[in-house]
Write a protein that binds this ligand. Structure first.
Ligand SMILES: [Cu+2]
Length: 142
């Protein structure tokens, strides 16, 4: 009997280190009244975690603009479709919604608590409302 509990304990404990799947919604309007936003401005995840972006309404996608050195930017996601991406390199990733970039529909992913590429991210070209929002987001990172 004791053995079973030990095995169960090991199983439960080890499952904590399993890669997580995080959901981010693409929203026309957030609960606090912001228009054209992702449900998370900054997603903080571990290396190996996956983010799935879920459309709640039509008209959104995910287009990566920058990430850590040596990372190959994936093709932008299809409009109105769920999209998943697994992050394997630590650092800051910056993405936008292609049609709503001028409305500040941008967000960051911080992988493995690594913010060493903050300076490079701050130099990415952003549009209209994003020009104010990107520095605000980067200021929230240590
Ligand atoms: Cu959008």
């Amino acid at each position: 009997m004791k053995k079973i509990f030990i095995i169960l304990f090991i199983f439960l404990f080890s499952s904590i280190s399993f890669a997580a799947d995080i959901k981010v919604e693409m929203l026309n309007k957030s609960a606090d009244g912001k228009i054209m936003v992702y449900s998370e401005d900054i997603s903080r995840i571990d290396v190996g975690d996956t983010i799935t972006w879920v459309p709640t309404t039509k008209g959104h996608n995910v287009e990566f603009l920058a990430g850590p050195d040596g990372w190959e930017i994936p093709k932008k996601s299809k409009m109105n479709a769920e999209y998943s991406y697994t992050f394997k390199i630590p650092g800051i990733y910056f993405y936008q919604c292609t049609p709503h970039k001028v409305m500040g529909m941008i967000a960051l992913v911080v992988v493995g608590d690594d913010t060493s590429n903050k300076e490079a991210i701050s130099k990415v070209k952003v549009f209209a409302k994003g020009k104010k929002k990107l520095p605000e987001l980067l200021n929230q990172l240590k």
